[in-house]
Design a protein around this ligand. Structure first.
Ligand code: AMP
Length: 175
C-alpha cells in the first residue's frame, strides 16, 4: 500500500522548527524514484474524476510533485509563493499560523477566470495555507476543484476548513 510505503521513509524530526512540533521530513521520498512514480500514479488515479484545468503548488515542497502532476495531467502548473518571490503583478493573502502570521502570493494572470484549480502541497496540517490559496483562487475568479497532499495530519482537522471551497481532498498517508 502506498500509505505504508510513504510512512516507512518519512522521518519525524522532534522540536523542528520550534519546540513542541514534530516535523514530518518528506525529503527521503525524493531519493526513491520508484516511490515518487507510485505517488504520482496514486495522485493521478485519485484526482482522475475531477475537473482540473490548472495545478497550483504551494512553496516550496508543493512544487516538487505539483509540476510533475500537472505535467502528467497535461495542464499548466502555477506556483503559490512567499512574498516578494514572484516577479510579475501579484495578489496576496495573509493568514494566521499557530504562532504568528504568514502571507502567500500568486501571479495576477496565473489562470483565466472560470478555471478549475487543483491545490497541491506536501502536507496538510491546520489547513491555513491551503485555505489561503483557495481564497486567492476564488479572488482571481477560479474555482477549487480539490486538494491533494502526500501527508495529512488528521488530528489537526485541517480538512474542515478546506471543505468550504471543495469537498475533494486526497491525502495519501495519514497520522
Ligand atoms: P498548515 O497551513 O497548518 O496546513 O501547514 C501546512 C504547511 O506547513 C505545509 O506547507 C507544510 O509543509 C508545513 N507544515 C506544517 N506542519 C508541518 C509538520 N508537522 N511537518 C512538516 N511540515 C509541516
Amino acid at each position: 500500500m502506498i500509505s505504508e510505503k510513504i510512512k516507512r521513509v518519512i522521518r519525524d524530526i522532534h522540536d523542528f522548527p520550534k519546540p513542541g512540533i514534530i516535523f514530518k521530513d518528506v525529503t527521503p521520498i525524493f531519493k526513491d524514484s520508484v516511490l515518487c512514480t507510485e505517488i504520482l500514479d496514486s495522485f493521478a488515479a485519485r484526482v482522475g474524476g475531477w475537473e482540473i484545468d490548472v495545478v497550483a503548488g504551494i512553496e516550496s515542497r508543493g512544487f516538487l510533485f505539483g509540476l510533475m502532476l500537472a505535467n502528467r495531467l497535461g495542464v499548466p502548473f502555477i506556483p503559490v509563493r512567499k512574498p516578494g518571490k514572484l516577479p510579475f503583478k501579484t495578489v496576496s493573502k495573509s493568514y494566521e499560523l499557530e504562532y504568528g502570521a504568514a502571507t502567500i502570493e500568486i501571479h495576477q494572470d496565473a489562470f483565466e477566470p472560470g478555471k478549475k484549480v487543483l491545490i497541491h502541497d506536501d502536507l496538510l496540517a491546520t489547513g491555513g495555507t491551503a485555505t489561503a490559496t483557495a481564497q486567492l483562487v476564488e479572488e482571481l475568479g477560479g474555482a477549487v476543484s480539490g486538494y491533494c497532499f502526500v501527508v495529512g495530519l488528521d488530528f489537526l482537522n485541517g480538512d474542515e476548513r478546506l471543505r468550504t471551497f471543495s469537498p475533494n481532498i486526497v491525502t495519501l498517508t495519514n497520522y
